[in-house]
Design a protein around this ligand. Structure first.
Ligand code: 3SL
Ligand code: MG
Length: 247
């Protein structure tokens, strides 16, 4: 199994994702939101690129859909929720479909179309993602959403932790230099909350007084589902991974 890493949504190239198992990571905060909403009973998530598209879909049946996402980390006018995972509680999301648009995360998901599988990864479901990758047994392309086309420390260290989980349980893993570097950064900084303050996006979230989001998104392995994007919709398609456990 070969593992490579792309550093931002702007750097995705078709031939790098084609036929691979892709893991899209936007731990601050889009992929943490998706994972949390689905764990709290949300039926599916429809990621879209524009606010107009999101409003159009939700207007077809306002009871069925929740509108979520952000621009500049803030709630969008007319939307139900912003991009804080803590907002996506059971009483709000259960049996609903979340239509979501964010600055980087949803772009990274849509940019990965062409891959064999597109998994939604974050720190909160990292081990479950690693287990799923083992089950798929395919070459892996980790796609960091990054921040507005730039490299993002948060997504990079999260990738390093997922690689660490994989290495503990897989033989025959071959890492590219960038994948090795993300793993190295993680092994030297396993307390992610105290390392992540170097990330520029950390500062933005802190400015907005969203420290609780930071703490939550930096907590490892509190959720054991793996949402997957297929044909325009994110769902937990396969629960088989639950039978395998990384210790
Ligand atoms: O860009 C995204 O997808 C967001 O997760 C960014 S933010 O954390 O909501 O600002
Ligand atoms: Mg981000």
């Amino acid at each position: 199994m070969k593992i490579d890493l792309i550093i931002s949504a702007d750097d995705i190239k078709k031939d790098k994702v084609q036929e691979k198992s892709v893991v899209v990571i936007d731990m601050l905060r889009a992929t943490s939101v998706i994972t949390t909403a689905m764990n709290n009973g949300c039926l599916s998530v429809v990621p879209v690129l524009t606010i107009e598209e999101a409003l159009k879909i939700s207007s077809t049946n306002r009871d069925k859909y929740i509108l979520g996402g952000e621009r500049k980390a803030l709630k969008i006018k007319g939307f139900d929720c912003a991009n804080s995972p803590l907002e996506y509680k059971e009483d709000l999301v259960e049996n609903k479909t979340l239509v979501m648009t964010t600055s980087n995360g949803t772009r990274a998901i849509k940019g990965s179309i062409g891959a064999k599988n597109i998994l939604i990864g974050s720190l909160i479901n990292a081990k479950a993602v690693a287990n799923k990758l083992l089950e798929l047994d395919n070459d892996v392309q980790i796609v960091n959403a990054g921040t507005y086309g730039q490299f993002s420390i948060d997504d990079f260290i999260c990738s390093g932790y997922i690689i660490d989980c994989l290495l503990k349980n897989a033989t025959n893993v071959e890492l590219t230099d960038i994948a090795k570097t993300s793993h190295y950064i993680y092994t030297e900084n396993q307390d992610i909350m105290s390392f992540i303050h170097y990330a520029s996006h950390y500062k933005r979230i802190k400015e907005l007084k969203l420290e609780e989001d930071l703490k939550y998104c930096c907590t490892k392995d509190i959720i054991d589902i793996v949402p997957e994007y297929r044909d325009g919709i994110i769902k937990v398609y396969d629960k088989l991974y639950k039978e395998k456990t990384i210790v």
